[in-house]
Design a protein around this ligand. Structure first.
Ligand SMILES: *[C@@H]1O[C@H](CO)[C@@H](O)[C@H](O)[C@H]1NC(C)=O
Ligand SMILES: *[C@@H]1O[C@H](CO)[C@@H](O)[C@H](O)[C@H]1NC(C)=O
Ligand SMILES: *[C@@H]1O[C@H](CO)[C@@H](O)[C@H](O)[C@H]1NC(C)=O
Ligand SMILES: *[C@@H]1O[C@H](CO)[C@@H](O)[C@H](O)[C@H]1NC(C)=O
Length: 507
């Protein structure tokens, strides 16, 4: 971490010197209130970054539901009124979201930029693969594969006696490996080696360690620290890319359709070299894990912490085992339809996401245009400016969610035990009450797969383990990732677990 801090400081100094003398802009008629901040260029970036929720809450008091702030040289117009979210989300013509996401991805993963005409493909051709392979019917085989992989990883630990560990570290190991195997397949060709099991174990440990190094540096790189200053991070990324070279991936068994299709399409692109193909798979690995892992932690943690949640979740899983004539003495199999019926687990996950997600939705204005808010107020937006939505403001709004800071396992259940979708603010119903995955064009295409994965994890944990949380304190959210998705806890929480005896050797 020390070299990170030093280089972050270094970049800040350079930025400050470069832009010290740039003038700040003036608010024009019809534009929302403007705050330049007292630092040139940087504006209010530091205050915003320290605690976005607090910053936005205080500005909302000062300016109302729409205002513009200078953040790191860019102007962001925040729209806080939930009823106006749709106006922004539906603005496809004037607003572009990809610019921002792609710029961040290029900085971190260093992959080829497909908007460059030297590649005969565009993001518009690659993007639909997500929908084709991660949604609808495509979810059935993915779910079955994840089911097997989760149980394979769980039994591998051979934890038949009480084991004390951090909840995060426990969830990380199981979800990372199972999720990895489900997408990228198994490298069974390593089994030909003499000490096959150790070879596979070492391979997976290396991938996990590299992933952690890259993931920890992610916010710093997006904030502008060039990756070449972070040589350990760059080495980890390249090491990962080395494992994703097509010559290796193609030897794997049980590759997901998603990765198969991506391999095929990348192989047909002119001028795209092997390392660049591999780096896009690194980006895919990151996207599939970076938010799922902390979301799994919070779901498991809150479920274990709340006696009612644990009781109702157990009941739901036991009922399903009974209905499907399954015993936990062998591998359990729940299909996607079964999972859809597990509404208690669904509500636990939604509630954990509500409390831990802090993503920012950004659209870049392609033109000067006028945005009409729900109140009929019209605000002028300048070309090149960003419009930002910050759903955490909704997720923690006490007018929408009573006792908004409390975990209530059944908050997202209606009176019939189905998913609750009616939430009110000022007596008015609105749609965007829970947006951990973004919305509109930028909505995460893997959201159904992600929630499914977490549900499977929770259900299987209840089938195969005895668990006890030892400390009921809730770890604070680590805000260093605010804006990027699900926040991690500041520190891990100890608990103890063991595989149920009766499953010994049989899983
Ligand atoms: C891998 O594929 C084989 C053959 O199609 C199948 O029998 C097996 O269950 C799959 N494994 C996983 C983990 O999906
Ligand atoms: C790109 O060009 C190559 C070679 O000219 C061709 O084989 C390939 O089909 C093209 N790929 C796409 C996606 O159009
Ligand atoms: C479950 O098992 C019982 C007895 O073994 C059998 O009568 C019943 O039909 C089975 N139900 C299902 C859904 O397979
Ligand atoms: C889901 O639940 C409904 C009613 O609660 C039931 O009729 C249906 O058979 C269940 N589906 C599955 C796949 O278990």
């Amino acid at each position: 971490m020390a070299d990170l801090t030093v280089s972050l400081f270094f970049t800040l100094i350079v930025i400050v010197i470069c832009f010290l003398f740039l003038t700040k802009r003036k608010r024009l008629d019809g534009e929302p209130p403007l705050e330049n901040g007292w630092l040139p260029f940087i504006g209010v970036a530091l205050q915003f970054q320290r605690n976005p929720l607090e910053f936005l809450t205080s500005r909302k008091r000062r300016y109302g539901d729409a205002f513009t702030c200078r953040i790191a040289g860019k102007y962001f117009t925040f729209i806080l009124d939930p009823f106006s979210y749709n106006a922004v989300i539906r603005q496809g013509k004037n607003l572009n979201f990809q610019k921002f996401a792609i710029a961040a991805s290029l900085k971190v993963f260093g992959h080829a930029d497909f908007s460059d005409p030297k590649y005969n493909i565009s993001y518009e051709e690659i993007h639909p693969i997500f929908r084709q392979t991660l949604q609808g019917a495509a979810l059935q085989p993915l779910t079955l594969s994840m089911m097997k992989n989760l149980q394979f990883v769980m039994q591998k630990s051979k934890a038949y006696d009480w084991t004390t560990e951090g909840v995060y570290s426990f969830a990380f190991k199981i979800m990372f490996e199972a999720g990895y195997l489900t997408l990228f397949g198994r490298n069974e060709y390593l089994l030909a080696e003499d000490n096959a099991e150790e070879a596979q174990e070492a391979w997976m440990t290396r991938i996990m360690d590299d992933f952690k190094v890259l993931d920890n540096a992610f916010p710093h790189i997006v904030a502008g620290v060039p990756i070449f200053l972070l040589w350990k991070v760059k080495a980890a990324r390249e090491d990962l890319a080395g494992k994703f070279l097509h010559e290796y991936l193609k030897k794997n068994t049980n590759l997901s359709e998603l990765i198969e299709k991506r391999i095929n399409i990348f192989d047909r692109i002119k001028n795209l070299d092997e390392v660049n193909k591999a780096r896009t798979h690194v980006a895919m690995l990151w996207a599939s894990q970076a938010n799922t892992l902390p979301a799994t932690f919070w779901s498991l943690f809150y479920m274990l912490r709340s006696p009612e949640a644990l009781r109702e979740a157990r009941k739901e899983v036991e009922q399903l085992l009974q209905d499907t004539n399954q015993s936990t003495e062998t591998q359990v199999c729940f299909t996607k339809d079964h999972l859809d019926n597990m509404t208690v687990l669904g509500s636990i996950i939604d509630e954990a996401l509500r409390l831990s997600s802090a993503s920012i939705m950004i659209r870049v204005a392609n033109e000067n245009f006028i945005l009409t808010l729900d109140s009929r107020e019209e605000i002028k937006i300048r070309k090149g400016d960003c419009i930002a939505l910050y759903p955490q403001m909704i997720h923690l709004d006490p007018e929408i969610y009573e006792d908004a800071k409390e975990f209530k396992y059944n908050r997202f259940l209606d009176e019939n035990g189905q998913r609750k979708t009616c939430f009110l603010k000022n007596g008015r119903k609105f749609k965007s009450f829970l947006l951990p995955f973004g919305a509109g064009i930028s909505e995460c295409p893997g959201r159904f797969f992600a929630v499914n994965e977490i549900k499977q994890f929770l259900a299987l944990i209840l089938c195969h383990y005895d668990l006890e949380l030892q400390n009921m304190d809730i770890p604070p959210l680590d805000n260093s990732r605010a804006g990027f998705g699900i926040l991690q806890p500041k520190y891990d929480v100890q608990f103890r677990y063991k595989l149920k005896r009766k499953n010994r050797e049989k899983l």
